[in-house]
Design a protein around this ligand. Structure first.
Ligand code: SF4
Ligand code: SF4
Length: 508
């Protein structure tokens, strides 16, 4: 069953609950939820209603603050971690050196030819995301996505400066005054400062961080650094400060993909309809229960709705807009605590569980199922393959390019000469020396123009091109195209690397 179908299929009996509905939503200053927004004059466009979420306390809020501190801490601090790679080598642990075409990640150094590792990492990331989704729905969206993390940070700043939901709503409605101008200026200035810091940290991944910081401070940094900082300042400020939940709802493709990938056994934050309905006030609950009439635990206080950063009512069922952040759980648990009722009216649950309970059955938990096993196996397979290929990858590169014109030269003594461009890559720190030889052509002679075939130096962490000539004696009489193996031997370690090409000669 798709997310859309489930959203349709699983709404609680809202209409049957007397005190609920738009009027009650208005009483709590909550805009109509998206699902309830009618098409005006047949238009599919609905203007955005600004969401002013209420602060909550609880387990999920604490987890979110902790993850925010860890993820932002990593993002801002990593460029300053040093890593000794020897003289002449960059000493930054994580560095995307675009000038030299190198990606340094601690002791791993990737060259442009190693793009397969980047693809492997992307595949791994996608598989981990699929596994997270199969186990616990949009756990990435709710806790780790940069949009969520920065929006949370911006909301925190807004709350610090302008107050909680009630004060902010009052401020929104108030006419412009010196106080309102001062608060708004302070808020936007702080947002811009964070956004600028975010852009500033990003460029530090592309150059030596302490050097670039000094250059930026003295306005001597390269122009692209300023352009990148300005662009990221603008996007962070716009996305986290203004667009917020709209990025998740309208711009990000993941909710749609996630909805197609999920199933009834994935954990999601859900409202337990069987426990919550019918909704009645706390006062009436005791009365109704004493009279043997049904009364749910939900007191329709709207705390879960006002806490929601997406501005939705989780009691309407699983919705595309829900980023699964858990803040409605904290809000509801606080209410349940005050009413001395058990927590967990809203919490992690599965559709299968919900259906089982509705049918009078017990709890169903199926974290281990074909799709989770498949994702786990694929993750293990891709990760193992990448680790193996990283551990065994060659640190010497050899590529050979035959001259196109002329394909061969017949010399005055009847010998045949072919020309090649040989490119040697030394991916290790420190200069390396190599010896070049060829196989496949009897009595072939190799010459390196301007050098020695037995001693070809390549500086540390670089690529060197050599012009190489191969000669076949007149009496060798090779065919018009003979396969030729080029072999280089590292003079220090004896390790060899090979490449194939051909030797061209006139037809016998
Ligand atoms: S409904 Fe709950 S879990 Fe979903 S976005 Fe809103 S607060 Fe977060
Ligand atoms: S916070 Fe809990 S009790 Fe209050 S409306 Fe939401 S689900 Fe009902």
């Amino acid at each position: 069953m798709s997310l859309a179908e489930r959203t349709e299929a699983s709404p609680p009996t809202r209409a049957a609950s007397a005190p609920t509905g738009p009027g009650r939503a208005k009483k709590f200053g909550v805009a109509a939820t998206r699902a309830a927004i009618p098409a005006v004059n047949g238009s599919l466009y609905a203007a955005r209603t600004k969401i002013q979420p209420q602060a909550v306390r609880g387990t999920f809020r604490r987890i979110k603050w902790a993850l925010l501190a860890v993820t932002l801490g990593i993002y801002y601090a990593v460029p300053f971690i040093r890593w000794d790679r020897g003289p002449g080598e960059p000493s930054q642990a994580v560095l995307l050196d675009l000038d030299r075409g190198r990606f340094h990640f601690f002791s791993i150094e990737l060259w442009p030819q190693d793009v397969t590792y980047v693809m492997g990492l992307l595949i791994l990331a996608a598989l981990i995301l699929f596994l997270m989704n199969a186990v616990a729905g949009r756990v990435w969206c709710g806790y780790l996505c940069p949009q969520t993390v920065w929006t949370d940070l911006f909301l925190g700043v807004e709350r610090l400066i302008e107050g909680d939901r009630r004060e902010r709503l009052k401020l929104d409605a108030a006419p412009w005054s010196m106080e309102k101008i001062a608060l708004r200026t302070m808020k936007h200035a702080t947002w811009l400062l964070i956004a600028w810091w975010t852009g500033g940290a990003w460029v530090l991944y592309f150059a030596d961080a302490p050097t670039l910081v000094a250059q930026l401070a003295t306005f001597q940094a390269p122009a692209p650094a300023y352009v990148a900082i300005l662009t990221l300042t603008a996007t962070t400020y716009g996305l986290a400060g203004h667009l917020r939940e709209q990025v998740c709802t309208y711009m990000c493709p993941w909710p749609r993909i996630q909805a197609a990938l999920t199933d009834e056994h994935a954990l999601n934050i859900l409202y337990k309809t069987d426990r919550g309905e019918p909704r009645v006030s706390a006062k009436r609950t005791a009365m109704l229960r004493a009279a043997g009439q049904p009364a749910g635990d939900c007191v329709d206080c709207f705390a879960c709705v006002t806490a929601c950063p997406a501005g939705i009512d989780i009691r309407d069922g699983l919705q595309m807009d829900c980023i699964q952040c858990g803040l409605c759980v904290d809000a509801c648990d606080t209410v349940m605590g005050k009413l001395a009722r058990p927590a967990g009216l809203i919490g992690y649950d599965t559709e299968a569980n919900r259906r089982s309970r509705a049918a009078g059955g017990g709890s169903v938990s199926r974290i281990v199922r074909p799709r989770t096993v498949l994702y786990a196996v694929l993750i293990a397979g891709v990760a193992s393959f990448m680790l193996y290929s990283l551990a065994t990858r060659a640190f010497t590169g050899l590529s050979v390019l035959h001259d196109r014109n002329p394909l061969y030269v017949t010399l005055s003594d009847g010998a045949t000469r072919n020309g090649y461009t040989v490119r040697l890559s030394n991916k290790r720190p420190g200069e390396r020396r190599y010896a070049l030889s060829v196989a496949g052509l009897p009595a072939a002679r190799v010459e390196v123009v301007g050098g020695l075939a037995g001693d070809m130096p390549v500086p540390s962490d670089s690529t060197q091109e050599f012009r190489v000539l191969v000669f076949a004696a007149a009496d060798a009489r090779p065919g018009p195209s003979v396969p030729l193996t080029f072999r280089i031997t590292d003079l220090a370690t004896g390790a060899t690397t090979r490449a194939q090409d051909t030797f061209k000669a006139p037809a016998p």
